[in-house]
Design a protein around this ligand. Sequence first.
Ligand code: SF4
Length: 429
Amino acid sequence: MPAASLAPVPPAAPQHEKLRALGIMALNGMFDEMDGVGVLRQAVEELLPGDIAIVSSFGADSAVLLHMVAEIDKDLPVLFLETGKHFPETLDYVETLKTRLGLTNVVALHPDDKDVARFDPNGDLWETDPDSCCHIRKTEPLDISVAGYGGWVTGRKRYQTVERGVLPHFELTSDDRIKVNPLAYFSDDDVAAYKARHDLPEHPLYHMGYKSIGCAPCTSIVAEGEDPRAGRWRGLNKKECGIHFDFNGAIAKPMAAQDLNLFKDGAFAADPFRAWAEGDDPAKVRYTHVPLAVFVENRDAFLANPHPLGLLVAPGEDVNVVAGDLGRFASIALSFPAFTDGRNYSSARLLTERLGFNGELRAVGDVLHDQIPLMLRCGIRAFVVTHAPTRHALEQGDLTTVDLYYQPVGGTEVPAGTRPFLRRAVETV
Ligand code: SF4
C-alpha cells in the first residue's frame, strides 16, 4: 500500500529550541532565587514571545504575579478559571485588579455545559468527588485553552506546601510545554512585602483569615501558624486541583514522549484512562475502561457512580446489551487482540452508525499501521499504539491508503472501481 499523508500531526521536532539549547537545568540556574520579574521577562520576551499565557486564580496572592505581568505587557492573555463556584468577592476582585493594573486581556474559562450537565447536574460533585469536579471545571477548560500556547505561567510558590517544595522556575511538561513559576522562591514575607511596596489591593476575604482562596465550597479559613493552603479541600487528601498534575500526579515530573501512546487528533497524548483491575469498586472507579461483562453484572453500581467511565469491548461481545447505557461512557475501547481478528470493526460501525455513540471510540490491542485507515472508516478515532513501526509512521504523518473496499460504510458508497476483483466481477454479472 502506498504511503499517504494523514491529517494534522504536529512536527516531530520540539517547539522549544531555545529551551532545549539552554537545557532546563541551565535555564533554572540562570536566575536568582528571588528574580521573579526576570524569570517572567525571560519567558515572555525570549523563550515564548507571543506564545505564552498567564493562569491566575485571582486569589489571595494573585496580585503579585499580575502586577509583574502588567509591568512587562498589559496585553498578555490572563486566563481565569471561572469554575462557577467562586466566592462573589473573587469575581469582584477580578474586576478590581483588571482596573487597578490595566490588564486588557483577562479571559474567563468556563466548564463545558455538557460536562456539567452530565457529571454534575446538581452542582454538588465537589462533595462526593472533588477530583472529578476539578477535572471538568478546571483541568478540561484549561487544557483546551493552553493547547493554543507553547507555555503558561503560574503563581505557585515553594513555601505553600511540602509537595511544592521542589518547584523550579521552569518546568518542561509532558505535553512539551514550558510551565513558568516566577514566584517559586517567594516566601510569605516576600509576598507581603511586594504587595506593600506596590500598594496592591488585597483580596476582600484575605483579612478574614482566608490565606489561599479557590472555589467557595472547597476553601476555609486558615488558623494562625497553619500551612496557607491548609484551608483548601480541608479534611480531604487533596492538595492540588489537577491543573498542576503532570498526568502522574507529580509536580515537574516530565512524562517521556515514548510513554504517550494514545494517538488521537493527529498527535500522541497522555491517556487519562486506565484498565479495569481486580478489586476495583464499581461505585468508585473513574477513568477506567470497564469490561462489558463486568459492567453488565454491576450495572446499577456503575450507573450510580458519578465519575467518568469507559467501556472495554472484546471481539464477539454484543454491544447491543448496553445500547441504553452508551451515554454513560466517555470512551469505548474496542479490543483488536490480533491482526486477523476484525470482529470489532462491526462493533465500531454498530456503535457509531446505528446506536449513535458519539463519545471517544478507540482501538486497543494489536493496532497496526495498515489497520488504521480501515478503523478510521468505521468511526474509530483514537488508537492505543504500542507497535514501534506503527508509532514511527504516525509520528511521521504517514498512513497507508486503502485502494479496495468490500462494502460501503454508513451512507457512503465505495468509490467506483475500488471493490476487489472478485466482487467487481459479481457486480457486472
Ligand atoms: S475547587 Fe472544589 S468546587 Fe472548585 S472545581 Fe475543585 S472541587 Fe469543584
